[in-house]
Design a protein around this ligand. Sequence first.
Ligand code: 3PG
Length: 219
Amino acid sequence: MAVNASSAVPMNPVDIASHGPVIPVIVIDCVADALPLAEALLAGGVKVLEVTLRTAAGLPAIEAIARNLPEAVVGVGTVLNADDARRASEAGARFAVSPGYTFEVGSACKRLDLPLLPGVATSSEIMAALADGFSFLKFFPAEAAGAIPLLKAWASPFGQVSFCPTGGITQATAPHYLALPNVRCVGGSWLTPADAVRAGDWARITQLARAAQGLRGGS
Ligand code: 3PG
């Protein structure tokens, strides 16, 4: 059964970045970890949570967070096709993130009123996303692609575009991205290290969330 999102009015995609400078990219192996993990992030001031579909526990984790923690803004990551977007929306996801951009994913999210942060890594991909109405984009994979000089170079031809770089970013390197005027926020998995989740070390996750939330806010 579909979960009612806490807001019937779809967010502006830019709102995803309005709650803080870092979006945690979460990979959940065990559904039972979803609520304590989300609560640990909330306790550190991080309320926008991207739960990826990389594991079977991803979708039920989104559903558990959407049902039980209305103060969280839970979204779905690793959306690869229209069906992923639909299932996540039914589970209560309030936004979607995709590693790349396809017309199929863009159209599905529009139909579902699901704000989408589509992934790009080239000028042509930016142009395709822009042509379909998306101007707040994920840059993935940031570190592997050498994102900082690219983001600087794109500021002029794509002045209307802003970015959320992800992929290989850490607490130490995040400020280099956040200093760029066309970067609203960054994403990363460093807030939820697999060993901390396995050990149920929620205090450590709260500490990492608090430190991330203390980085420069999105513009
Ligand atoms: C993503 O999907 O955004 C990235 O896999 C996150 O990258 P990281 O695990 O290197 O932070």
